[in-house]
Design a binder for this molecule. Structure first.
Ligand code: FES
Length: 200
């Protein structure tokens, strides 16, 4: 099966932004993953053809970065930090709960709703650990019970999709930490920004 027309035109447009077509390999891989959920070996050749490089060059990039999924995932993807700061704040308990509920890192829940993995590197939210990303949105200050709630009400932890509590982005975290509802990601970015400013 080849690309859909829309995916082909997306990757072509990405390619045309760069002086060298090969520079678009990472954006092209993202585009495929975004539309198809993972990057199959067949797509290495499809991307390579559009970027005038070899399939093995595309494969070498896709297999180097852990953020690329090379096999199908569930509807949602949880990336759990187990680096040192999160480990000191209990990420082992988070992992244990996920292993009990879903299976080892890389497993998908029986209903296909969630795939989870443990990180190789720090997620950059050390001050709010244990932390995870849910479909690239940060969820922080995790506890085992909070993880169970997230598995049972995943949509409520996604910005713009919350409904169980307030119907607003990041409702869970806003409820715990702020009077102003804001998304986890926004919260982290603003705090990181303040930290950066204070260092200047
Ligand atoms: S150690 Fe977990 S976010 Fe940095």
């Amino acid at each position: 099966m080849t690309f859909t027309d829309s995916l082909r035109s997306t990757i072509t447009a990405l390619r045309d932004r760069y002086p060298q077509p090969r520079s678009a390999v990472i954006p092209a891989l993202w585009a495929v993953q975004e539309e198809e959920g993972f990057i199959s070996a067949e797509r290495f050749a499809d991307i390579a053809e559009l970027l005038s490089i070899t399939p093995s060059e595309v494969e070498s990039v896709a297999t180097f970065y852990s953020m690329f999924a090379l096999k199908p995932r569930g509807k949602h993807f949880l990336l759990v930090c187990t680096n040192v700061s999160c480990a000191l704040r209990g990420s082992d308990d988070i992992v244990e709960r996920l292993e009990t509920r879903i299976g080892p890192s890389g497993s998908t829940s029986a209903d296909g709703s969630v795939t989870w993995e443990r990180t190789i590197e720090c997620l950059g939210a050390c001050g709010y650990g244990p932390a995870m990303q849910l479909d690239h949105h940060f969820v922080e200050n995790l506890t085992p019970d909070k993880v169970v709630d997230l598995l049972e009400h995943t949509e409520n932890y996604l910005p713009g999709k919350g409904s169980a509590h307030h119907g607003k982005p990041g409702a869970h975290e806003a409820h715990e930490h702020h009077s102003e509802p804001t998304s986890e990601h926004e919260e982290s970015d603003s705090k990181k920004s303040r930290r950066r400013s204070s260092k200047r």
